[in-house]
Design a protein around this ligand. Structure first.
Ligand code: SF4
Length: 284
C-alpha cells in the first residue's frame, strides 16, 4: 500500500470514529430537548387548566415533573455509569436504556447537527463497551463467541468459511489465520458470518453468554441492538481498502478483550483447564 493510501486510510478512519464524549454529549442535548418538550406540555395548556378544575394544573405539573425526573435520572445514570462504572439507584439496567432508547434518538439528533451516523455509532459502541465491561463477569471459554465479518477473508481466497472457518488453510494472506491461532490458544469458538441473519443463527446455535464482535460501525451497532440483553463487546475493524473488502482485525485489541472476559483459570499461560471446546471445534 502506498504512503498516500495509508494516509488517506488513516484520515478516513479518523473521520469515521469518535470518542464516547460525542455520544454522552448527545445524551445531554437530548435530555435538554426532552425536558423543554415536557415543560411545554405543561406551560402551553396551563392557561386552560383553571377552566377544567382548580387542581388540574397541579396534577399535570406532578405528571410532567415525574417524567422530567425519569429523563434526567436516566441521563445522569448513563453519564455516571459510563464515566465511573457506578450505578444510580433504580438504574442498574443502563445498557438497555442506552441500546433501546438513547441510540435511536441520538442518531436523529446527531443528524440534526450534521454528525454522521458512523460517528454516533462508534461513540455508542464505546459507551456500550464501557457498560459491558462494568457489568460483565468472567466466563468459561465455551461461553464466549468470537464473531467475525466475512469481509476479513482475502477477496481472492476461494475457500468457503461460512459453515466451517476451519476450512482455512492458514496461508497467512488474511487475518483468519491469526484468528484461528487465537481460537486454538484460548479454546474459544470462532465464527464468520456473511450477514445479520447468519450471525443471529450462529448466536442461537452457540448460545454464548458474551460475544466479542468485530465489524464496521453499522454492523456492530445493529448487532448490539439485535442481541440485547446478551452482552456484545464491539471492536471496529480496519478498512485499508475501503468498506467490505479485505478488512483487518486489530488482533491485539481482540486478545486483550479475550483476556478481560475469560476466566483466568483458562488462560493458556497459566496452565489452562482442559475443555472439550478444541475438539468440538475441530469437528464442526
Ligand atoms: S488465511 Fe485462510 S481464509 Fe485467509 S486467504 Fe489464507 S486460506 Fe484463505
Amino acid at each position: 500500500m502506498s504512503e498516500n493510501n495509508s494516509k488517506n486510510t488513516a484520515q478516513n478512519y479518523r473521520n469515521e470514529t469518535a470518542g464516547k464524549s460525542l455520544f454522552l454529549g448527545l445524551v445531554v442535548i437530548t435530555s435538554l430537548f426532552l425536558a423543554l418538550f415536557l415543560i411545554s406540555l405543561w406551560v402551553i395548556p396551563y392557561v386552560g387548566f383553571n377552566a377544567i378544575h382548580p387542581w388540574a394544573k397541579w396534577i399535570a405539573a406532578v405528571l410532567v415533573g415525574a417524567a422530567l425526573i425519569v429523563v434526567i435520572w436516566a441521563s445522569l445514570g448513563l453519564l455516571l455509569k459510563s464515566t465511573t462504572g457506578k450505578n444510580l439507584p433504580l438504574f442498574n439496567k443502563m445498557r438497555g436504556i442506552t441500546v433501546r432508547l438513547f441510540l435511536p434518538i441520538m442518531t436523529l439528533i446527531g443528524r440534526m447537527f450534521g454528525i454522521s451516523k458512523n460517528k454516533v455509532r462508534s461513540s455508542f459502541i464505546q459507551v456500550n463497551n464501557d457498560l459491558v465491561l462494568s457489568e460483565a463477569d468472567t466466563y468459561r471459554p465455551e461461553d464466549i463467541l468470537m464473531l467475525m465479518p466475512h469481509c476479513l477473508q482475502n477477496s481472492r481466497c476461494k475457500i468457503r468459511l461460512t459453515y466451517n472457518v476451519r476450512n482455512c488453510k492458514r496461508c497467512g494472506k488474511c487475518n483468519i489465520a491469526d484468528l484461528l491461532d487465537l481460537s486454538d490458544r484460548y479454546n474459544i469458538h470462532l465464527a464468520v458470518a456473511t450477514g445479520g441473519t447468519i450471525a443471529r443463527r450462529i448466536v442461537v446455535e452457540r448460545r454464548p453468554r458474551i460475544i466479542l464482535a468485530v465489524a464496521c460501525q453499522r454492523d456492530l451497532a445493529s448487532g448490539i441492538q439485535d442481541t440485547y440483553p446478551l452482552p456484545v463487546y464491539g471492536i471496529l475493524n480496519l478498512r485499508p481498502h475501503g468498506p467490505c473488502l479485505d478488512t483487518l482485525v486489530p488482533i491485539d485489541k481482540l486478545e486483550a478483550a479475550i483476556r478481560r472476559f475469560l476466566d483466568r483459570r483458562y488462560y493458556p499461560d497459566q496452565g489452562g483447564l482442559c475443555t472439550d471446546e478444541g475438539d468440538a471445534q475441530a469437528q464442526t
